[in-house]
Structure formats: structure tokens, C-alpha cells
Design a protein around this ligand. Structure first.
Ligand code: PMP
Ligand code: GLN
Length: 378
């Protein structure tokens, strides 16, 4: 068959998790927790099933969940999305991103991404028949280089995809950077897809600079998030998008033929659970403690730590340990140290010059301690 995605193989996350299992390695590769979600959330879903919420929900999602999402965004960012017309529940962020790109981008358009970037963006753009334009983040800080971004925008640019907090670097946009983006886009009609799946994992008490917190940006943006990340249930594959009604109307045209709608009992369970803000309000402190534990341990290894302002990922430079390429080094690390990580080249078109890998610290303390003991022996 003629491939629509000739450059694409199996994702690095699948490959590394399979290798980790094969070698019985501690899996700090693919980003998912090795602990359970809150029993109160699991109970709420069970209750929803037993109460009979098991048939198709409305196409855009269970109304109570859309109301809870709109309420959460209004409380945190002060922006009022209409739960009827502006919020849609999706099968995780991956489906939301593909659906948004297919809905908003025409063949021949250019879509700008900031590199390194999550691996699903470019295939989504390719499937829409558009061209991916990669703009490197500043190689030192991994923050946005606005001069390079400005230089990459053309009359054909239809969409810009941003991601904060950022996978893989853990970089978090400041409110000043958000204002710079707003000013840069003001004279254009470029739309923004803002991937905010780690929205509730920002450390040191800093705010999350969501595009929904800036009315001008919100008017041209589609915001994506994922309950899998926020509530430690990545396998549930439930997320959402928020956007002004005209954009959302286009999103829903594609969504209804993509999945039509998303599983009902999880939506009811999440709607009930979202009534209490404590679980997501307490998440930064929960992960900041794990970050600090993990970083303290890594400080006694030969890995060199990069900053981590948010997410549950920690990047390290391994040049003091090996001169292998990053994919080969990750394979070696699984086989010789029994720890799985993700090579940063998975987030680039061309492998980066600096030898970097990413660890996920969304793990029980014992798991982190076990991995650290192995890494300290290198
Ligand atoms: N965007 C980013 C930046 C991610 O890291 C991930 C998954 N870890 C996704 C999107 C996809 O999220 P989901 O599992 O909800 O599809
Ligand atoms: N987003 C997760 C990560 O970056 C992985 C999700 C996936 O396996 N597709 O690790």
C-alpha cells in the first residue's frame, strides 16, 4: 500500500515500553504513573456505570462534565467558555490534536511547531495535507525564540501549535511570553492550538499561562487538555478542547465522524469528581516533591540535570557517561542499567546536537529510588 505517513514507524513510547518490559527494566520512559488514581474518582465511575450511564452521551460530551470544565477554566483563568458551544470532550489529547488539525487546516497550508515537540503533531499535519514548519526553541533555555518564530510566519501560516508546560523539556511559558505571542499574532489571522495537557503541573507556585487567560489569544485558540495526566489515569483516554464557538463548530464536524463521542461512565465520574478542586489544586506540590526527590538523587550521578519548571519529565545530558547517540544510549541503558528513558531525538526532525534523554518521574517513591540506585552505579 502507498503510505500516508511514509516517515512514521511505531512511536518511541511504545518501542521503549516494550523493551523495558522485555528486560525487566524500571520504566521511566513513556509518561504514565505507576500508581492508581484517587479511589473517589474510581468509585464515581463505578457508580455512574451502575446508575445506568452506559449508552451514547451527547456528541460533544456529557453536559455536566462540560459545565465542570468551563467552571474550572473560569475559576482559574477568568475566561468564560459556553459549555454548550465552546467545550467538547475528546478521547484524550491525541485525538483532540488530530481532530483539530484536520478541522482547521487546508492542504497546502503551513503549520508552525516549536521544536522539540510532541511526536503526534507532525503526522497530524501531514494527514491534513499541510506542511510542518519547525522553529527551534532557544537551545539553552528551551524557551521560545520570538525572533525566529516571527521570521517563520508567512501568509500561508494557518496554525501555530504551542505546548506549555512543555514535553519533553519541562519549560513553562511566562505570562510575558504569552503577551509577546499575542502581540506577534495580532496583525495575522493565524490560529493557535495550545497543548496544555500538563496544565496542573507547574512548580514553585508559578501560574500556568494558559492562552485562555488572554482574551485576545483565546479568541483565536483551541485549548487541549487531558484528564489522563491530571488524575493519574492515562489509560482512560479522556480529555477536552475549549475554543470559541465558530472554531468549535468546525472541530465538532470532524469529531463526530472521528469518534462521534467519548465513553459515558468516565465522563459522569469525572464530572462528579471535578466538583472538588483539591485534586488538581494539590497536584503541583505532589509532583514538585517527586521532582525534588528525583533531582537530588540524579545530582549524585554523572548525568547533568536540565531545569524542570513543570510536567513530570526531567531531561538530562549523558555526555559524561557515553558518546553513543541518544536512541542507542537508551537501548544500552535498558540493557546495562535496567532503566528505560526516552531519547530526545524523538521530538526532533534531526537529532539534536546535545546528547539528551528524558526520564518520567510520575512514579512511586520506591520506583524512583530503585531507578536512582541503578543510575548512581553508572
Ligand atoms: N500532548 C502532550 C504534550 C503529551 O505529552 C501527551 C501524552 N503524554 C499528549 C498530548 C496526549 O495525551 P493523551 O494521552 O490524553 O492522548
Ligand atoms: N505523552 C506520553 C509521553 O510523552 C506518551 C503517550 C504515548 O505513549 N503516546 O511519554
Amino acid at each position: 500500500v502507498q503510505s500516508r505517513l511514509p516517515q512514521v514507524g511505531t512511536t518511541i513510547f511504545t518501542v521503549m515500553s516494550a523493551l523495558a518490559q522485555q528486560h525487566d527494566a524500571v520504566n521511566l520512559g513513556q509518561g504514565f504513573p505507576d500508581f492508581q488514581g484517587d479511589p473517589a474518582l474510581l468509585d464515581a465511575v463505578n457508580r455512574a456505570m451502575r446508575e445506568g450511564h452506559n449508552q451514547y452521551p451527547p456528541m460533544a460530551g456529557v453536559p455536566a462534565l462540560r459545565e465542570a470544565i468551563a467552571g474550572k477554566i473560569a475559576a482559574i483563568h477568568g475566561h468564560h467558555y459556553d459549555p454548550g458551544s465552546d467545550i467538547t470532550v475528546t478521547a484524550g489529547a491525541t485525538q483532540a490534536i488530530l481532530t483539530a488539525v484536520l478541522a482547521l487546516v487546508q492542504p497546502g497550508d503551513e503549520v508552525v511547531v516549536l521544536e522539540p515537540c510532541y511526536d503526534s503533531y507532525e503526522p497530524s499535519i501531514t494527514l491534513a495535507g499541510a506542511r510542518t514548519v519547525r522553529v527551534p526553541l532557544d537551545p539553552q533555555s528551551l524557551h521560545v525564540d520570538f525572533d525566529r518564530l516571527a521570521a517563520a510566519l508567512t501568509p500561508r501560516t494557518r496554525l501555530l501549535i504551542i505546548n506549555t508546560p512543555h514535553n519533553p523539556s519541562g519549560m513553562v511559558w511566562t505570562e510575558d511570553e504569552r503577551a509577546q505571542l499575542r502581540d506577534l499574532l495580532r496583525p495575522t489571522d493565524i490560529l493557535v492550538l495550545s497543548d496544555e495537557v500538563y496544565e496542573h503541573m507547574v512548580f514553585e507556585g508559578r501560574p500556568h499561562a494558559s492562552v485562555s487567560g488572554d482574551p485576545e489569544l483565546a479568541a483565536r485558540s483551541i485549548v487541549v487538555s487531558s484528564f489522563g495526566k491530571t488524575f493519574h489515569v492515562t489509560g482512560w483516554k479522556v480529555g477536552y478542547v475549549a475554543a470559541p464557538a465558530p472554531l468549535m463548530a468546525e472541530f465538532r464536524k470532524v469529531h463526530q465522524f472521528n469518534v462521534f463521542t467519548v465513553n459515558t461512565p468516565m465522563q459522569h465520574g469525572l464530572a462528579a469528581y471535578l466538583a472538588d478542586p483539591a485534586p488538581y489544586r494539590d497536584l503541583p506540590a505532589f509532583y514538585q516533591r517527586k521532582r525534588d526527590l528525583f533531582r537530588q538523587g540524579l545530582a549524585t550521578t554523572r548525568f547533568q540535570l536540565l531545569p524542570c519548571e513543570g510536567t513530570y519529565f526531567q531531561c538530562v545530558d549523558y555526555s559524561a557517561i557515553s558518546d553513543l547517540g541518544d536512541a542507542a544510549f537508551c537501548q544500552w541503558l535498558i540493557e546495562h542499567a535496567g532503566v528505560a528513558a526516552i531519547p530526545l531525538s524523538a521530538f526532533y526532525a534531526e537529532p539534536p546536537k546535545r546528547p539528551l534523554i528524558r526520564f518520567c518521574f510520575a512514579k512511586q517513591d520506591e520506583t524512583l529510588t530503585r531507578a536512582l540506585a541503578r543510575l548512581q552505579a553508572l
